[in-house]
Design a protein around this ligand. Structure first.
Ligand code: F6R
Length: 242
């Protein structure tokens, strides 16, 4: 794993934006893996700027998001589909049918998971996966204890994750209890991974990721075994005591 130290989320977003741009410009049909959450919001804004300046095009890009809540529709403001459309896809020249977010309202959820996994395989895998990390070490919605062998699957969300995400909802009760997520194995099959770690609250998670043992108790630790991971960490996370 390569660690790149940056000043703050702004500098992180600028650097990762360059990296995404380079990937898109070097591949004929790039496949990107995308995350939601607070950390990549600025990155999406910068990518939108690039497209609007016509210095970048997503015409040939396909995307797969990591995860989606079960039980809410893509039109719900709290769904990850809504997040992606409103913050990113609606403002760039991507073909919307080439954007994939699991369908949290699918009648047959396990079929939805299987199809999601197959679609990624059909496109020969993810070229560049953008990841964030939860304070408990989750990547995607793979909570501690998730087997490293998992592919796209349904998860019960941990109370701590629901609490962390309740900031986007009216109340904790409204936060769904289940989600569909790419599995750890799905993420590990990505050809290249960029992990964004920003803010003092993530200090313990970053320390465990870099210095801890590889264990299913801390899902992100598996990234130590991936051949091409770059971690961008800002001063707030690097300077916080653990
Ligand atoms: C989001 C996702 C999550 C987040 C993580 C960090 O699609 O898969 O694993 O990346 O919870 O979220 P933020 O960036 O809000 O701290």
């Amino acid at each position: 794993m390569k660690l790149i130290e940056v000043k703050d989320n702004e500098e992180m977003s600028v650097e990762v934006c360059k990296l995404v741009k380079m990937k898109i410009n070097t591949l004929a049909t790039p496949v990107l893996g995308l995350a939601t959450g607070s950390t990549p919001e600025r990155l999406y804004e910068l990518l939108v700027d690039e497209v609007q300046k016509e210095s970048l095009s997503f015409k040939n890009v396909t995307t797969f998001n990591l995860d989606e809540y079960v039980g809410i529709s893509g039109n719900d403001r709290n769904s990850y589909r809504y997040y992606m459309n409103s913050k990113f896809f609606d403002h760039i020249d991507i073909q919307i049918e080439n954007t994939h977010v699991p369908n949290g309202l699918a009648k047959n959820i396990s079929k939805e998971c299987e199809n999601y996994e197959s679609r990624i395989e059909e496109l020969k895998g993810i070229d560049l996966q953008i990841l964030g990390i939860g304070r408990n070490g989750h990547i995607g919605f793979n909570e501690p204890g998730t087997p490293f062998s998992t592919q796209t699957h349904v998860v019960e969300l941990e109370e701590s994750t629901r609490k962390a995400n309740s900031r986007f909802f009216q109340s904790l009760e409204e936060v769904p209890t289940r989600a569909i997520t790419m599995g750890i194995d799905t993420i590990m099959k990505s050809k290249e991974i960029v992990l964004l770690v920003s803010g003092e609250k993530k200090a313990e998670a970053l320390n465990a990721l870099i210095n801890g043992e590889v264990s299913e108790k801390f899902p992100a630790s598996i990234l130590q075994k991936h051949p091409h991971v770059t971690i961008f960490a800002d001063e707030a996370v690097l300077k916080s005591p653990v």
